[in-house]
Design a protein around this ligand. Sequence first.
Ligand SMILES: [Ca+2]
Ligand SMILES: [Ca+2]
Length: 651
Amino acid sequence: MRWAIPLALVTAAVCADDVALTPLEDFEDVAPWVKGDPNTDLTQKEVAIAPSTGRVHEGKQSLAFMVRVDWTPKPGEEYPKGWPMVGRDFEEPQDWSAFDEVRFWLFTDTKATIPTDRALRCGFGIGGEAVGDDDWYTIPGIKPHKWQSISVPLDPRRDWSQVTNIRFYVAEQWYQDGDRIDFYIDDMQLGAHLTPRIHELTATSRIYPRGEMLSIRGWISGPFEDTLLYVYPHVPGVLATEHAVPMSSREISMDLLGDRALGTEEIEVAVMGEGPGAFDTRTVFARSLAAGKRSYLSLISFYNPTLFDATAEGLAVLNDSAYEAVAIRFWGGYDTDPVPAYDKLKPDLERVRESVDIDIWPWVFSNRIVGRAEDATGHSTIAEDWAPEYFERIRTLDIDDEAGALSDLLTQWRHAVRAAREWGSPGIVLDLETYNNYKAYQIAYVAERRGESARRVIAKCESIGADLARICEEEYPECIVWSLFSHLERGVHLPGVKTSVYSTAGHITLGFLKYADKHGVPCKYLCGGEVTPGYYNPNVEQLKKRIADRDATMAELLGRFPDHFRLAGTISPYHDHAILTWWIKDQAGDDPQLKTIEDFQPMFRTLFDAYDWVWIYASSAADTQPYNPTNSARYSAVLNAALDESAGETN
Ligand SMILES: [Ca+2]
Ligand SMILES: [Ca+2]
């Protein structure tokens, strides 16, 4: 094997994990290190720095970075909760392009609780620039009172040939007022990987026409010369075929075209040299979409009638529309009436089923269990005189059914699932928006308000999700649950909880998926996409970027629940940009690229290529009026053209 090891590394020490280390900073002279943010404030009273001979990992001294959190506003200070910082500038730019990581030793001395998500960040400035907002590295797993070896990866997509500074900072708001934290830093080294490693890997087929291709993107660290990238698309029940390409840079870029991508559920990537055995392997979930398949299109809108006011006359326009489905509210998001017995609904169920030819999906709101609080931030449509007694009884979120709201929700859910089965509908729509109080999404807020641990709130939310899945199992096992959003895009870390923490809605989703998986219920759960790709994107490029980003962030959970978890897409189109108001006006601005409904055809096409299920959110903010026959015909013409194109049904 011939590795192109840079000359600088010839004398470097090779440590056990296949990394050659070169000294960078031993802190035996701390004169180059200064406190404060050179761009804003060098005085920072919250910070002191000093050489330390008491806590040393190497040589005679280390650097002490001492932070005294102080939220009290001071004269002339713009931000009382500031960003205590320490750093050094190099006299000459340093060439780090041969290296893959920076290592150092860290000793943290404090009586304060060290936040588990963010406690200390570090970054490196290039070409005289400050560290970019996206380039800060959050040092994970900091423990007090011991020396820890820290490794900061150097992003292989960046040019590291002109490094000009090193910075460390904390944000005062990560801590509590009055907290004292002393960080000791010693023995910084540059590390070069002796063998290639996979730094990042994503795969998606969704941003291309159906069946066309699957793209694999990513980066390796370490040497790329003389390496081959092996890609194995895993198609269930089929022996994996391999595709190999030599690496010509650290960037992974491989496209599997047509048949080679068909039916793929997972991509395994291996970085190989000339010898046997892989240097590194990684598997990423990537389901390729079937060619020639037509997306299932639903209209989910507050223009839709409810179970109790829907009429054949009102719904007739949908019979000739592009929609295969419509969502009907059984009870509104703010409904507090006693839930009727199922038999009482029967006349309405029969009348509505006979009123329209397309699929009807019952639509249920989990806001029923969200309490109203003085400090609530709720949906802006909540009226002043809106009946509060029911919701004021609820302690933030009725996870223990103390107010009976959870029982009411589960009864509504059971009725709706049963109705979907009796109607012959594919499933039901779940709206997890906490309209009464957006703070009720936060596990920490709910835990604090209820005086319970975060872990207990998470377990209770997951138990609600499990109840929803169990009711599907009992009433309609094949039911598709189409959530408007799943809230599984991004997990955070909370003190005392080892795994990723999502919102309360996210944990209801997770509870559903876990139950369905464990009990082999043949139901499915669709993440609707209200969060990503979101209702509004300004153009196809932005929409495709968000679709690819979503694949990257969701791959792990899609791979964990391959039989149950699916992605759906959404969009909130409009026919006249000049009449936009409210949130959609805020996003589109005065001169959007998308001006008329006809301009949306490539947007629709992109969504239909990306997802087997797509819903149109017809908003009142765009005065869409989907039940106006003229509007319906105009929207449907564009939607049908895009559906035909995506399914390959055009001539
Ligand atoms: Ca030292
Ligand atoms: Ca301060």
